[in-house]
Write a protein that binds this ligand. Sequence first.
Ligand code: GLY
Length: 373
Amino acid sequence: MTTPPDPQPSLPPHRKVRVDLGPRAYDVLIGRGMLNLVGEFMNQRGMKRTAVLIFDQNTGPLYKPPIWSGLYSADWDFLTIDSGEQSKSLKDAAKLLSDLANKRLSRSGTVIAVGGGVIGDLAGFVAATYLRGINFVQVPTTLLAMVDSSVGGKTGVNLPEGKNLVGAFHQPKLVVADLDTLKTLPPREFSAGMAEVIKYGAIKDKALFDRVAKGVKPDDADLDEIVEKCVAIKARIVEKDEFETKGERALLNFGHTIGHAIEKATGYTTYLHGEAISLGMRAAAWLSVWQAGLPESDARRIESALTASCLPVTLKPGIDCAAILSALGNDKKVAADGRNRWVLLKKLGEATSGWELSGDVVEKAVDLLTKPI
Ligand code: GLY
């Protein structure tokens, strides 16, 4: 039994982005010192107190104590999964589903994911399918999860045949992003998240791009504003195209077509997702110059922004361009006719989707990644 906390704790200043999806609307709260208030934020939103928190071996020891200290009753339990992408499997999902059934979590209960994209995607898939769908709360603890995977309702697991091939759209009821968790994030992981931050600036917000191109650190005073801007961009896109059927949500895939192919061609072990997206954005920036009229100077600014965030812009030696080109044929986001549709920039802050490109020009862009900037 935990000690009941102050029934009306004072809330630290924080930013709020509303994702307005009608009956599935929710808030993304962004601030510092927020973990012991997760229970309070849920309570304010009428979520029943019965909940199961899902951690991994890294996030459990770090974040269970502060979250636990702010919970109201003993109707909370927790589960721990192995950290790493290999946990995003049907086997792990089945294990968690059985665990929830054994704990007799009811339809009014909540699953709370505490961690990065792997936990969010896996726990979200479990929340989407357990009893045909129960409440889900995201507590992202990586920059990438804060600005991307915790928002928008994509949940899922991998198959041996490919990543994210099984899943469901299941929006969270609440997202609590505590920026203090980023202070203990390995610098490489923070940089990987910066790839998505730079992407938001490139596709929708030139002023944001100008700011983040200089580099961002976990303790920067304006990090809350930066994360808020990224989340707001994603929220406005998801509001227009929740199920990725209208083209708008596809804008979020800038740099992802080649990025996903690089991940696949390298067996998902060489690069973090954000690092592969960095390489993909460099290629997409030059494709934008060659095909969509992006000024060369802007492509160079994208390269500099990626470098300023310690992200890779050149493939490691030994990576086979032919394998990347072959993996491009298998991207999950290919259209019904089997052809890739590309997201290109007309200028910094303005992206368009649906481009069809010739094999030659794509090959030239992949080849560029073997050359230094
Ligand atoms: N990460 C891309 C999306 O949520 O659509």
